[in-house]
Design a protein around this ligand. Structure first.
Ligand code: FES
Length: 189
């Protein structure tokens, strides 16, 4: 083969290589653009869905409820609904508080100090979810051997701190999360 023919062949090879590199970079650019477009599309499709999972303002408002306790006298219980559950706010008498505080923890099935079930300095207020921990009946407040709650379904009895004392229920009545907004207003939830 002549030298001129060799040079021509070399030039053609270089051109082919250059074209091939251009094709490769074009391919990469197109693939990158396709991925970016798909990513934006996915984000557009998913964002409204995620947004729909956030609670609406109505639902968020129901997540907590404020209760005026100014008109509850000692020995009385006010009942409210919170997240579909009955909640009782009992203003305990001095005698009820004393009884709750003097119980020996070794006598309790679900041992818990009364002080762990009320707010410090607000011992007269006991806030509980009124659902029996046995099978979910609604116990009656101010009733039973321990003067706390009595469940008519199977006879569970709770004391003045709503702790289980007798009957089949395994646990104390639950205390919901709550706080005092002021001396006369509590926020549950
Ligand atoms: S549901 Fe209350 S004792 Fe069974």
């Amino acid at each position: 083969m002549s030298e001129s023919s060799n040079n021509t062949q070399l030039t053609e090879n270089k051109n082919l290589k250059s074209e091939s590199l251009k094709d490769e970079s074009r391919r990469k650019l197109l693939t990158g653009t396709a991925y970016a477009t798909a990513g934006i599309g996915l984000a557009c499709a998913v964002l409204p869905f995620i947004d729909s999972m956030n609670p609406s303002k109505d639902v968020a408002a129901l997540a907590s409820t404020e209760v005026d306790i100014s008109n509850i006298k000692a020995g009385e219980t006010k009942k409210v609904m919170w997240r579909g559950k009955p909640v009782s706010i009992r203003r305990r008498t001095a005698e009820e508080i004393k009884e709750a505080q003097e119980v020996n923890l070794s006598e309790l099935r679900d041992p818990q100090q009364d002080s762990d079930r009320v707010k410090t300095g607000k011992e007269e207020w006991l806030v509980t979810i009124e659902i029996c921990t046995h099978l979910g009946c609604i116990p009656i407040s101010g009733q039973g051997e321990f003067k706390g709650w009595f469940c008519p379904c199977h006879g569970s009895q709770y004391d003045t701190s709503a702790r289980i004392r007798k009957g089949p229920a395994p646990k104390n009545l639950e205390i919901p999360p709550y706080e005092f907004v002021s001396d006369t207003l509590i926020k549950i939830g």
